[in-house]
Every structure is written in C-alpha cells, then in structure tokens.
Design a protein around this ligand. Structure first.
Ligand SMILES: [Zn+2]
Length: 255
C-alpha cells in the first residue's frame, strides 16, 4: 500500500463515520483512492470470483455443470457432512486472499459491511429463517495478539443487517491449535479434534437452536465441521455455515 493509502486508512480507522465524509476512500486491495467504501479498481474486480450458478446443496461446492438445486457433490455423497448447508461469497483466489489478509492482519475493518453484504447475497436462503449466528472462535491468546476475531466481526455485522441473534460466547476454542495451512484434510481434522467447547452455562440455551456458523475462509471444512459437531453434541438442532470465501479444489462430482 502506498504512503497516502496508509495515511488515509489510519485516519479512517481512528474516526470511522466522520472521515468517510471528508476523506477519499481507499481500495480494499491497495492504497488507491476509490469512489466508495469497499470499492476496488476495475482490474481488481475482474479478478474476484463470486460463487454463483449450480452449487452442491450441502457444502456449496461449485458444480461444473448445471444441476438441480438439491444435488450433492461427490465429497458430500461419499461422506455426509454434519453441517446441513454451507455457502460462501467468493472463491479463495490471489485477489480474495489479499482482501481477507488486509482485513484480518492489516486491520481493514472499514470493509466489514461490504464483506457481510456479499455473504448475505450468497446465503439469503440460509439467513431468511430464524437462527442464531455463532462465529468460529479464536483461542484467547490469538485473539489478544490480533486484537479482534475477524469471524466475530463478520457474524456481528451479518446478524445486525439480517436482524438475527448473535452469540459469539456460545462456542470457545479451548485448545490453541496449529495453523491449518499446508496440512492434509486428515491432519486438519486431527488438529481441530476436541478443540472447541460450549461453556456449561449456555447448554440450556443452545438446545434445539438452529445455528449458523460464520468464518472468513472455508478450507477443507474441517474446522467448521469440528465446531458443528461440538454444537450438535451440546444439543443444537441444525447447523448451517456461511463464509466470506472458500478454497475450491477439483473434486470428482457425482449426482
Ligand atoms: Zn458438497
């Protein structure tokens, strides 16, 4: 990001709301001045890939061909997920990765509403029924280091715009797991096994609830599945999930 961009973002972080009216906006990708919050230069827009068209009914994987709405992908057919439906706004690509890293590690929370609007657009069906939004939690040490949980910011913003309940305290990460990057699917599952817990004082409230898990990126789905399993064991009724982006790897699809 150039020096002007860094300066504008710093000022906007200090005085969101006021500065937006008097200072130019900065691209969510780099330091370029743009017309509105969350806007990108046209060449960056072209590189973003929104997940539309035929998707696996369960995990939201993009199908290669047009399919009836309730079609499952090969992976879900082979191993039914605990999460009923997952939807994501973007394919995790170089460009969406830059957006998310700027948000998560660069503190670009000024784009939060734009991101949650994209997620709402991708998951209208899931969000149109009564539900409680629960973010994938960070371990306390990681949250203190980062100063915020990016998933909780996304779930808070979505809950507000969709007028749904937001309960970030219902799920905690009791073990500070290693990063899931560069691990195989099996190792990712092992890494997050037993990592999450519902505090005893919320067990009664969770019983029978429809819960929507919120995360920034779905990689293999192992973290979301571990969260879902924990909530279901605690008595939740149904679990759906929404993420800002998802990794799309080639898989063998069947009906
Ligand atoms: Zn699937």
């Amino acid at each position: 990001m150039n020096t002007l961009g860094k300066l504008l973002v710093s000022i906007q972080k200090l005085s969101i709301g006021i500065s937006h009216r008097i200072l130019p906006m900065v691209s969510a990708v780099n330091g370029d001045v743009v017309s509105s919050t969350g806007a990108l230069a046209s060449e960056h827009w072209q590189e973003l890939e929104f997940l539309t068209g035929s998707l696996c009914y369960r995990c939201g994987y993009p199908m290669e061909q047009f399919c009836p709405p309730e079609t499952w992908c090969g992976t879900c057919n082979a191993n039914e997920p605990d999460i009923y439906r997952t939807r994501s706004a973007l394919v995790y690509s170089d460009m969406s990765r830059r957006l998310i890293l700027n948000f998560k590690h660069g503190g670009r929370v000024d784009n939060l509403t734009v991101f949650s609007n994209w997620m709402q657009g991708a998951a209208n069906e899931i969000l149109s029924q009564p539900a409680v939004l629960v973010p994938v939690p960070l371990h306390l040490f990681r949250r203190l280091h980062r100063k915020f949980n990016q998933s909780a910011l996304l779930s808070g913003s979505l809950a507000k715009s969709c007028k749904l309940q937001h309960k970030p305290q219902w799920l905690i990460r009791q073990r500070n797991t290693q990063s899931q990057g560069f691990k195989s699917t099996k190792n990712r599952q092992e890494n997050v096994k037993g990592a999450f817990r519902v505090p005893d004082k919320y067990l009664e409230q969770i019983k029978g609830q429809r819960i929507i898990l919120i995360d920034d990126v779905r990689t293999s789905g192992a973290t979301l599945e571990a969260c879902a399993k924990t909530l279901l064991v605690a008595g939740a009724g149904q679990i759906d999930a929404i993420t800002l982006a998802r990794i799309v790897k080639t898989q063998e699809t069947s009906k």
